[in-house]
Design a protein around this ligand. Structure first.
Ligand SMILES: [Fe+2]
Ligand SMILES: [Fe+2]
Length: 482
């Protein structure tokens, strides 16, 4: 038997869940593996399957030294099943079963609910790999190319994480769901991914960085909520996934930061003070700040939809059941049952946006979304410090939560980025100020030229402050097979 902190690397599937002693689950995963590899080759990073990529691989689950760096061909990446160590005597931290021992097996009465949570989380992981599969061709540097692939292989591992739970705890249903996770594809008209933002295109690197900044952050919030789960295997799985997720946040935040920095530098060199002089800024071959703002508006609003309806009985049920908690549930000091509490929710009432106190249990989606917005704002503030230091009179800001929504309270209305409701004609007339236009996409696309020379960066993005794994600036992160 392996204990939870040592990882068994000898078999086909690296793991710290004792697969060697669990023939049924090992066979199920080994049977699933060829289909996964086939999916990776056909739906994963296009054109780089034989390249040697300098990647980190998880080799432990302790706080220190959990990853090892080295060159690897992506199809040979050691995707594994890794759970954070078990904490002895853990109890269910919230809901109707609060205080009871955490479940090591699926509680029968919540089986369907739990399976649904795993499938929805699992579906997002391969979806983003699919969305990003064409980006390798236009990477602005070796460093960025490597980061893209790091995110991709880890999303692949996150799929493994959910598939393990499905195969281990859900028998035949779990096997079928695991196959379905490979069968649905992002943007496929017949078999799309389950959630809207995961069927959108990621056509360029500005989109990629926005996606990792906003949409991966939704992932982070969901994982935090699931890490609190009373179903202990899910909690341990998500806790380990969060260690990987931090790098995805880093890629998005610093990606946009470097774009802003480069735009500021180019404007300064050219003596342009007015950030809204889009035409002139674009002639410098950098991305103008209003376009960055519009992209942020788009990705923020798409990501808010992922949190679901503000008021939701389903959210109340999964909390009550002890399956999905709140962000940092274990640091909150209320009764963790919420039967008598309320929470403020922005609602649409008689054609106006108003704040209303709603039973706390029903507004858990809203609460997680608020935590997401707060987390996002910290990153935006760091982008704005670049603008401030450069002395440029422009700040990126988040649009109002009612802006451009398809789900929840504001799905049926048009609101501008300040939350002012408008009729259809006004919305159509003003849309191009608030969301990227076809012309904006064309311009960004025109900048997307691959930069393969180690240490060189496309003109529209600044180099990072430090290399990955402390590597020097001209390090060859990706050895492209010729
Ligand atoms: Fe993920
Ligand atoms: Fe991620």
């Amino acid at each position: 038997m392996s204990d939870a902190t040592t990882v068994d690397y000898d078999g086909l599937i690296p793991n710290n869940v004792g697969l060697n002693d669990d023939a049924r689950v090992r066979r199920a995963l080994e049977t699933w593996y060829p289909g996964y590899l086939d999916w990776w080759r056909t739906m994963g990073p296009e054109g780089f399957q034989d390249a040697l990529v300098y990647l980190r691989t998880a080799v432990g689950v302790g706080a220190e030294g959990w990853a090892r760096f080295g060159y690897v061909k992506m199809p040979e990446y050691r995707w594994g099943v890794l759970l954070a160590p078990k904490s002895e005597g853990r109890t269910i931290p919230f809901g109707a079963h609060k205080g009871e021992p955490a479940w090591q097996e699926v509680p029968g009465e919540y089986r369907a609910m739990l399976r649904r949570l795993l499938v929805i989380q699992g579906d997002t992981e391969p979806a983003s790999v699919e969305q990003q599969r064409h980006l390798g061709a236009t990477a602005p540097s070796q460093y960025d190319l490597r980061n893209l692939f790091q995110v991709n292989v880890e999303e692949g591992r996150h799929l493994w994480a959910m598939v393990y739970l499905l195969q281990k705890y859900f028998g035949r249903d779990g096997r079928e769901e695991s196959e379905e996770l490979l069968r649905r594809h992002s943007g496929d008209p017949d078999t799309p991914r389950m959630l809207g933002a995961f069927n959108e295109r990621t056509p360029d690197w500005l989109s990629f960085f926005m996606f990792t900044f906003f949409t991966d952050r939704d992932g982070k919030m969901q994982l935090h909520a699931l890490a609190q789960s009373g179903f202990d295997p899910l909690s341990r799985t998500c806790r380990f996934m969060l260690t990987e997720e931090a790098h995805h946040m880093f890629v998005g935040e610093t990606g946009i930061q470097r774009i802003i920095q480069r735009t500021c530098e180019a404007m300064r060199e050219a003596g342009i003070d007015d950030p809204t002089d889009v035409e002139r800024v674009r002639t410098l071959g950098v991305i103008d700040l209003p376009t960055i703002q519009k992209k942020a508006n788009l990705h923020f609003s798409l990501t808010l939809d992922l949190f679901g309806s503000e008021i939701s009985t389903n959210a109340a049920n999964v909390f009550n059941a002890g399956l999905k908690g709140r962000y940092h549930e274990d640091r909150l000091t209320d009764d963790h049952r919420l039967l008598h509490d309320t929470y403020p929710v922005l609602r649409l009432k008689d054609g106006a946006v108003v704040k209303e106190e709603v039973p706390a249990l029903s507004s858990l989606n809203m609460r997680l979304r608020d935590d997401f917005v707060a987390d996002t704002e910290a990153g935006i503030a760091r982008w704005n410090r670049v603008l401030e230091r450069a002395g440029i009179e422009f700040r990126i800001r988040l649009p109002h939560v009612a802006f451009n929504r398809r789900i929840g309270e504001f799905a049926a209305v048009h609101a501008d980025t300040d939350g002012r409701l408008s009729d259809d004609a006004t919305w159509q007339a003003r849309k191009a100020e608030m969301l990227p236009t076809a012309d904006d996409y064309r311009f960004v696309q025109s900048l997307m030229r691959p930069m393969r020379e180690p240490g060189s960066y496309s003109n529209w993005i600044a180099p990072p402050r430090a290399g990955i794994d402390n590597k020097p600036g001209d390090f060859e992160y990706v050895k492209i097979a010729t």
